[in-house]
Design a protein around this ligand. Structure first.
Ligand code: ARG
Length: 579
């Protein structure tokens, strides 16, 4: 059985459709006491029909079956319909959730091959707050896709190729391989890069050497490649540490850096040429696509090959599309990349479409995201104007969590407290990122993130721990209450509200994955935790008035723990057993 929300929508849609074909009624939580949902849509339909909204709403309410699903139906003079679900329906839907190891989330009807491009830090450059977003959002989308039953190919498009490597390799030679490699492996990437840049800027001789080095790199000179590999290897080693700290699922096997596409670029350009898409513009090879112009209205080129013969970022991204839809046979390719690259990606997608590599526009998706801001709502920088290192931010979050843990959970032993601090600190940072609509910017505020109240990671983790503590006290295993047929009572308002919230996991998951929006899953989990907290305060579980009520409430608690646990896992956030 579907969730109540989906059952209602499947009834209301045809009812509206009969009045105004194509009408899209919206189901929202009702703000009226005693009602669960509000249906909006009569007003828009009434306008089209030239009738009063209340009249239209009354017609809809007569829809077959609505009466048997709802115990109360109210039409307001403005044409809103307020619905209170029949308790039986909630109980039946919850029974389905309880009996299902997937908590009501049906696997996708068709398993798709989805390539997810995310994280993508640059060799010999620090990971900063922007990389936090792509890494955390990408990881969450992969987890959701896998849970839905899709075949996921993670691709970490590391920036490991380009003319800057001439300079970086020469700097490595100058400082000595061992000490250069050491600097990178301990995570002083920006230091290394800055010194290289300074040396390059100060010395024409170094500039000349670097230029020659780029040529050697491109022509595959073995010693140059060896030096290049040191830079890449030491940077990857460091990125792995950050991934480990963050608890994301990326591994070495997922690294498909820019250099991987280098051997394909000639072919990609030749194909564009043979399709008549390539235009010579001041010696550069470009593709012009309709609709792309500068602010002044002149056509905007996508530069595929620069006038010096070198390939750039655009050529590489065209190759990613060629490779992902061609060789890999992707059904969908997601690019989890910041909003400033929207135009670059949109142009690449358009060109790939024209070239026939991308089968249809909706199959390449730019999963865009906003910036992380400082407390002043400006770009997040240190006082000296430098960007924060991602690891420093993570370490500070864990440090704050450690302080909270030592005062709140003093009874736990040292090791457990340390694990807890990590789960809370990292979880808090990830949750604050994921719970923000990804299109929006947000302020990096550790005080807010690590708070145990409000829409935060620790609040969700704590709600689950509270559920589990009931079972621990009673010497019961929550697993015995999930995956079995149950009879749940919904006598008390708080019980009923929790049961209803628990039926909503599948539709929350569906809307999150449909729009590549983890925040929709977060919003649902937060609502569930709030409803559970009210239940916890209003309804005694182990001291319930009778055995049946106790079993029913234990089921509600076990399901809450299961849904919160599954939800947090999809977000990539650890759920501690005790706090
Ligand atoms: N390395 C780039 C950066 O740090 C991001 C690459 C994103 N992926 C892509 N296929 N363009 O900005």
């Amino acid at each position: 059985m579907a969730a109540p929300e989906q059952i209602l929508t499947s009834l209301l849609k045809p009812a509206f459709d009969r009045l105004v074909p194509g009408a899209d009624p919206m189901l929202r939580p009702s703000s009226r006491e005693g009602f669960d949902f509000q249906v909006n849509g009569a007003m828009a339909a009434a306008k089209k029909l030239g009738r009063s909204p209340a009249d239209v709403a009354a017609d809809v309410v007569r829809a077959e079956g609505l009466g048997s699903l709802c115990s109360r139906v109210e039409v307001t003079p403005q044409g809103f319909v307020n619905l209170r679900l029949a308790d039986d329906l909630i109980v039946a839907c919850l029974g389905d959730v309880a009996a299902d190891a997937r908590l009501g989330v049906a696997p996708a009807s068709a398993s798709l091959k989805v390539v997810v491009d995310y994280s993508a830090p640059n060799v010999a450059k620090e990971m900063h707050a922007g990389h936090l977003r792509t890494t955390v959002i990408g990881d969450c989308l992969c987890r959701m896709l896998v849970f839905a039953g899709h075949h996921v190919i993670r691709e970490n498009h590391v920036g490991d190729w380009g003319t800057q490597f001439g300079m970086l390799i020469e700097h490595l030679v100058d400082v000595g391989e061992t000490s250069g490699a050491h600097e990178l492996s301990v995570g002083d990437l920006d230091g290394f890069y800055r010194q290289a840049r300074a040396a390059f800027d100060a010395s024409p001789e170094m500039q000349e050497r670097s230029r020659r080095r780029v040529v050697a790199l491109q022509s595959g000179d073995p010693d140059t490649l060896r030096l290049w590999r040191i830079l890449v290897e030491e940077s990857l080693r460091y990125f792995d540490e950050v991934y480990d700290k963050l608890g994301v699922e990326l591994t070495r096997d997922d690294v498909v850096g820019e250099s991987f596409y280098n051997p394909m670029l000639d072919e990609v350009v030749a194909q564009l040429d043979s399709k008549g898409l390539l235009v010579d513009s001041d010696g550069a090879k470009c593709v012009f696509v309709e609709g792309w112009t500068t602010r002044e209205g002149t056509p905007l080129p996508l530069i595929v090959r620069k006038s010096d013969g070198g390939y750039g970022y655009a050529a590489t991204d065209l190759a990613t599309l060629w490779d992902r839809f061609g060789r890999l046979g992707a059904d969908i390719a997601l690019y989890v990349v910041g909003a400033p690259q929207a135009q670059h990606l949109a142009m690449c997608f358009d060109v790939a479409l024209k070239a026939g590599w991308l089968p249809s526009p909706e199959r390449a998706v730019h999963v865009s995201f906003g910036s992380v801001l400082g407390p002043d709502r400006k770009m997040f920088k240190t006082r000296a104007g430098k960007t924060f290192k991602l690891v420093d931010l993570l370490d500070e979050a864990v440090e704050r969590a450690r302080a909270a843990v030592s005062s709140r959970s003093a009874e736990l032993d040292v090791d457990e407290r340390e694990d807890l601090a990590r789960a809370i600190g990292i979880g808090a940072v990830k949750y604050s990122d994921l719970s923000t609509d990804r299109a929006r910017d947000y302020v990096f505020d550790l005080d807010r993130m690590i708070s145990f109240d409000g829409n935060t990671g620790p609040y969700l983790q704590y709600a689950r721990v509270r559920c589990l503590s009931i079972f621990r006290r009673a010497g019961l295993d929550p697993a015995d209450f999930v995956g079995v047929p149950v009879e749940v009572g919904v006598g008390e308002p708080a019980e009923r509200a929790l049961a209803l919230a628990l039926t909503g996991f599948s539709s929350a998951f569906a809307s999150a994955i449909e729009t590549w929006s983890p925040h929709k899953l977060c919003a649902y989990l937060y609502d569930l935790a709030v409803v559970f907290t009210s239940f916890f305060e209003a309804c005694p579980v182990l001291k319930a008035p009778d055995e049946t009520t106790m079993r029913s409430r234990l089921t509600l608690c076990a399901l809450t723990a299961a849904v919160l646990g599954q939800g947090l896992e999809l977000l990539g956030i650890d759920s501690p057993e005790r706090m």
